[in-house]
Design a binder for this molecule. Sequence first.
Ligand SMILES: [Zn+2]
Length: 211
Amino acid sequence: MSFNKERDKKAFFLLGFVEIILISFLISSTLYLVYIVLLFYSHEIGHIMGGLANDVLTGKQIQNYTISNWIPSPFSGLSMPQQTHIEGQGSALFIIGGIYSTMITVGIICYIIYKILYFKIKNWILYLILLIPIFTAIQQFNDNFICGTDNPIHQPFPICNDNFFIFSFLHYNGYLLIALFFIIIFSIFLDYLPYLIDKILVFKGYTADYL
Ligand SMILES: [Zn+2]
């Protein structure tokens, strides 16, 4: 076996490139499933918190809020709350509580992740993490206010089916988010690839490029 550093480097780079595509896709898909569970929990908890806040602020008797529907989550054995039941008419805070709670929860989590990663990796791609809460806000407003029941008329607005963009976003926003996760994760890995390949080459007996 002859030693050829440039040839080995190219081979490892290609192999590493394909592998980080696969790994990034796997991580972004899994992250998306975790995100969905987080979305459902924070949304329904937000309805309850909004309802309770309304009861306290208006001095009314605290009402009984119950989760009236649980659906299976992408993770076997774990259910997600899908609907909160209340006797009579829900207050405005109860209705919008779900959307706001989800936006705030995702915003805080993304900001913490951004801060932690930025401390270790100074890569501009990390700014894309801050797009996730904006995306979530649009998604929540679209899915629950325009195309859901978290609005004053308690049913989807007609524009939900009539408007092509709103309709498409409702059905395909998951793919957009996975793509966003993928771009972020893949870029971080790609940044580290030359160092990783250098380590492998050193292990094979070559001299290091990065010290
Ligand atoms: Zn809701």
